[in-house]
Design a protein around this ligand. Structure first.
Ligand code: SF4
Length: 377
């Protein structure tokens, strides 16, 4: 691929055109330093046009209420069987205590997700357990935004209780869930999913659940777990699916849509051996994550304008580099992070606001606290 072709693709992107999948793959497969530098610079320019100079962050707390899970994803170092060393399941008092602590520390959001624990039921109903999780938090802290339960958890509840996805989403929304994390997407390719997460929902179901959330007025985020066995073509197909999901939400006038895209590079250090061996390294390759993040900005930015790197996976220095090649948001303080930390991530489990603000100021950009839906705080 000569530079002329890459420059022509980038020029089209700067003019506001949506790239085709084959143009996306052409960008992602560049190896020449000069071409890569142009892609990163174009992503930075588009970030400026689409999201502005200000880097946003959120004060939030993760609550992973249990790591007992019936599934066995090949990248997951978090899950346990009931009774295993390290298995845990928070009770209501612990959940309230963590929320109280988060509120005292200025959090506007609780991000709550957990393992798929078949015992998590009340009166034989999975949905009743999840509703009690929501009510436990919302009754005491009605002001807190609850960003909770992945599409996989929605399908788990629906399957266990024999409900439709719409019934589950509606009930969770009515109880006080404010938005849905677009996790469990991994890579939206069934061939990859058969290796990575064979028991998880397939691509079509993930898309169906997220689109149902949009129809019912529940905003979602979107994610990609990158840097394991997937190919550049599969990465672009994933972005293409997210873009068209968002186009559907917008063109159909659904009351909610995707608020942001978060790239989650694979951390293999403590992952189950077979995938770790196959991938052959423990920590993400920063250069790969930056190029993919830049291409994601170029590919999605006209439709999804907020892009966030993961400081948990890349470390703060890596995340800050991503702010200079397409990202406009540094994410949350988290206060505790188990899932990736148990996988051996180097980024840590908590960031205080000053550390985030200083990292943003160090690259000469203004910062602003935001809420979950990107309103100013
Ligand atoms: S990634 Fe989630 S669903 Fe998969 S094994 Fe881990 S906790 Fe369970």
């Amino acid at each position: 691929m000569n530079h002329k072709t890459i420059d022509a693709i980038l020029d089209r992107a700067v003019l506001g055109c949506d790239l085709s999948p084959s143009e996306g793959v052409q960008l992602l497969t560049q190896t020449e330093p000069e071409a890569i530098a142009s892609i990163l610079a174009t992503a930075d320019k588009l970030r400026q046009q689409q999201a502005g100079e200000t880097v946003t962050y959120i004060i939030n707390r993760n609550i992973n209420f249990t790591n007992i899970c019936e599934q066995h994803c090949s990248f997951c170092a978090f899950r346990r069987d009931d009774g295993d060393a390290g298995a845990y399941w928070l009770d209501w008092a612990q959940i309230l205590e963590k929320t109280q602590d988060a509120v005292q520390r200025g959090a506007t959001e609780i991000c709550m997700q957990g393992g798929l624990n078949p015992q998590a039921q009340i009166n034989g109903k999975s949905l009743s357990y999840y509703l009690k999780l929501v009510e436990t938090i919302k009754q005491e802290f009605p002001q807190i935004h609850l960003h909770a339960f992945s599409p996989q958890e929605v399908q788990f509840i629906a399957r266990v209780d024999g409900l439709s996805y719409a019934d589950v989403i509606q009930a969770l929304g009515d109880a006080g869930v404010g938005s849905m994390p677009g996790t469990a997407a991994e890579v939206l390719d069934d061939q990859v999913r058969r290796v990575l997460c064979p028991e998880k929902i397939n691509t079509a179901t993930w898309l169906e659940i997220v689109s149902t959330a949009h129809k019912l007025g529940l905003p979602t985020t979107s994610t990609m777990l990158s840097g394991h066995i997937e190919t550049p073509v599969q990465q672009i197909e994933h972005l293409e699916k997210l873009r068209s999901l968002q186009q559907t939400a917008i063109n159909q006038g659904y009351p909610a849509r995707i608020t942001e895209f978060i790239l989650l590079p694979f951390v293999g250090q403590e992952a189950p051996k077979s995938l770790r061996r196959r991938v052959g390294r423990d920590q993400p390759v920063l250069a790969d994550a930056l190029l993919l993040g830049a291409v994601a900005r170029i590919y999605l930015g006209n439709w999804i304008s907020n892009h966030q790197p993961s400081w948990v996976k890349l470390g703060l220095a890596g995340a800050t580099a991503a702010l200079q090649s397409g990202c406009n948001d540094i994410g949350g303080t988290l206060m505790e992070e188990h899932i990736t930390t148990m996988a051996g991530a180097i980024g840590g489990t908590c960031m205080d606001v000053n550390t985030l603000e200083n990292a943003i100021a160090a690259i000469g950009r203004p910062f602003q606290q935001r809420d979950t839906l990107y309103g100013r705080v």
